[in-house]
Ligand binder design. Structure first.
Ligand code: 5AD
Ligand code: SF4
Length: 409
């Protein structure tokens, strides 16, 4: 049996893409391994959102030079967003690389494998590579926004929505395979639409499939958090009460310069509406965007204080070649570090209080191991008794241990 090692960098979309690519390799006779040394094929699925992410993938690829030299029949595939950005330039620097497959080519990955001459085909049905309580279903790819700092539209291309029929079939299959939680994925997932059908309709339809207990979606854009969306999710308890909604900044001026398409005020209205409906909100924030003044940064800090995010992923601005913001004057590394530090400290303190306020609340936990699972609003919870993995447990939060809710039952 030939063995497949997968290294994935980046977002959940990339994890799902890795699973999809892995399925095509398993269908060609590979079995997964977590040990690179015993592997015959290394699949690296890469991210290019920030320079640091791309650098990590490239340095991993660099380390594979020796691995390949030890056994030249080993195969290396470099896939995903950094592969899309760098393209054939990669083969010049890393001549031992066998195959480059960009993020836009995911739909043609099987074809690419067949044409590479590296594999003998064995057209078996692809199988999912991992087993957990969560099944991922990609519902759209690409992005039609043009945020001035972001490389995604250029590496992933414009929006392409998958047909609802296909999405519902895949979600039903995942549920039947024993995944009670379905996560719908897309770069701007709530931009999904189809003739006569909205994203909210799709959420309701997926949640009504037999065996589906909970539905999540990653990553939405604030532009599509509309009254219609809120009304549709309000009465459906299967739609998880957690949303990861990237805000990026708390300053209207910076948001405008980022070309995000919303102001601090409209953003706050939407965040408040979500909170009123019981949603815990996590977010992404960029510090040190080129035009961000100390006052703008203060606005971000005050937004964080006002909203009480359950988690916030904070990033130092990283210029990406070809994006409008990359032409602007950069802040010094010292300023970036200082602002990141201040923000991280604020976020940490607030997240702690987000846990403490859970004490006394009723929760519904989807068990991911006999004693641990996640609540609808995406907190980890530990139960006293043991329950079957995949079951839904109703209990009450009694206490908090760092970032873990401790329940009564
Ligand atoms: N620099 C820093 N962070 C970025 N992100 C996207 N592009 C950049 C960039 N050029 C962040 C955003 C996005 C998250 C996935 O990565 O916050 O939501
Ligand atoms: Fe990038 Fe903006 Fe599209 Fe998100 S919405 S992927 S930040 S361009």
């Amino acid at each position: 049996m030939k063995k497949l090692f997968i290294q994935t960098y980046g977002c959940q979309m990339n994890l799902a893409d890795s699973e999809e690519m892995a399925a095509h390799l398993l269908a060609r006779g590979y079995v997964p391994t977590e040990n690179l040394e015993e592997a015959d094929l290394a699949l690296i699925n890469t991210c290019t959102i920030r320079d640091h992410a791309e650098h990590k993938a490239l340095s991993f690829l660099g380390r594979l030079r020796k691995w390949k030299r030890e056994n030249p029949s080993r195969i290396i595939i470099f896939a995903g967003c950094a592969a899309q950005r760098l393209g054939n330039r990669l083969k010049k620097t890393f001549p031992y690389l066998d195959l480059v497959s960009g993020a836009k080519e995911i739909d043609r990955f099987a074809e690419l494998l067949d044409h590479s001459g590296l594999f003998s085909t064995n057209p078996a049905e692809p199988n999912p590579a991992t087993q957990s309580v969560t099944g991922y279903v990609t519902i759209m790819r690409g992005c039609n926004f043009a945020c001035s700092y972001c490389i995604v539209p250029s590496v992933r291309g414009p929006v392409h929505c998958l047909p609802s029929q296909q999405i519902l079939r895949q979600a039903a299959q995942k549920a039947a395979e024993g995944y009670p939680e379905i996560v719908l994925l897309g770069q701007t997932v709530n931009a999904w639409q189809e003739e006569g059908k909205t994203f909210a309709d799709l959420l309701n339809e997926v949640s009504a499939l037999p065996g589906v207990e909970r539905v999540r979606f990653v990553s939405p854009h604030p532009a599509f958090i509309t009254p219609q969306f809120l009304a549709a999710v309000e009465n459906n308890p299967k739609i998880a009460r957690h949303i990861h909604l990237p805000v990026q900044s708390g300053s209207t001026k910076v948001l405008q310069e980022m070309k995000r398409g919303y102001s601090r005020e409209t953003l706050l209205e939407k965040l408040d509406a979500l909170k009123e409906r019981g949603f815990a909100i996590s977010t992404d924030i960029i510090v040190g965007f080129p035009t961000e003044t100390p006052q703008d940064f203060e606005q971000t800090l005050s937004l964080v204080e006002r909203v009480h995010f359950s988690a916030a992923y904070c990033f130092k601005y990283s210029p990406r070649q070809g994006t409008p913001a990359a032409q602007m004057q950069l802040h010094t590394e010292k300023t970036l570090e200082e602002r990141l530090d201040i923000l991280l400290n604020k976020v940490k303190g607030l997240a702690e209080s987000a846990y403490r306020v859970q004490i006394g609340k009723p929760v519904q936990i989807l068990m991911e191991s006999p004693n641990k699972g996640r609540t609808s609003d995406n907190f980890w919870a530990k139960t006293k008794k043991s329950y079957p993995v995949g079951s839904m447990v109703n209990s009450i939060v009694e206490d908090v241990d760092d970032t873990l809710l401790l329940t009564r039952d």
